[in-house]
Ligand binder design. Structure first.
Ligand code: MD3
Ligand code: FE
Length: 199
């Protein structure tokens, strides 16, 4: 079923249990080649979410600011985007080009992501596709202006969200997890993959 929240299309249950488990295996392969790190913010704080990337570009944040880079902070190029994630992009993105970046966010029980816009990409006509795995997360979406009214929806394991059109520049964030809601990840927590065209 597809639910519309503030212009974002959430395909609930897009991945069955077998596809979710297979995608977790593919994410593990990425994390072995490009270990998770906790990005620093400009103010010298640390994000609560741990991250890595796959594809031509990865998103990083450090004292110099945030941006896309061709390489992991440890040096190597990012590994290939998991095949299942690319298949999902082809099914739901509505565009003919391939994704250039797959950001992998790992949330433990206490992690959250503050309200922000995604505007580090060159072409906002290109949608962003998000895949949720593991524990449920309370996702909040507003409008294109900070501080406007917001709507919330729980994202569950196997849900796929598509942010295109007018929703592409909407503020959004993750308020909290519902710990213990999924048995997909042996130690709990949540993985989110976001697929993007960068340049
Ligand atoms: C709405 N990640 O990495 S994915 C991010 O669950 C990010 O890890 C969240 O926001 C997460 O930047 C939310 C859903 C999402 C992704 C991109 C969007 C929603 C969006 C871009 C525009 C509007
Ligand atoms: Fe975002």
């Amino acid at each position: 079923m597809i639910v519309d929240v503030g212009g974002i299309k959430v395909h609930q249950g897009a991945l069955d249990a077998g596809q979710q488990a297979e995608l977790v295996e593919q994410v593990r392969r990425v994390v072995r080649a490009a270990p998770l790190f906790r990005p620093e913010t400009k103010r010298g704080g640390k994000m609560s979410v741990r991250m890595t990337s796959a594809g031509r570009y990865g998103w990083i944040s450090d004292r110099a600011g945030y941006r896309y880079e061709r390489t992991h902070p440890d040096g190597p190029e990012w590994p290939p985007i998991p095949a299942i994630a690319k298949d999902i992009w082809r099914d739901v993105s509505g565009v003919s080009c391939d994704p250039q970046s797959c950001l992998i966010n790992f949330y433990d029980a206490d992690a959250k992501m503050g309200m922000h816009q995604d505007r580090d990409e060159a072409n906002f006509e290109m949608p962003v596709v998000s895949i949720s795995l593991g524990d449920d997360a309370l996702f909040r979406v507003g409008g294109p202006e900070r501080g406007g009214k917001t709507q919330s929806i729980w994202l569950s394991s196997g849900d796929v969200a598509v942010m295109g059109g007018e929703a592409r520049l909407n503020y959004h964030g993750i308020d909290r997890l519902r710990t213990g809601s999924s048995t997909l990840l042996p130690h709990g927590g949540r993985i989110n993959l976001t697929l993007r065209v960068v340049d």
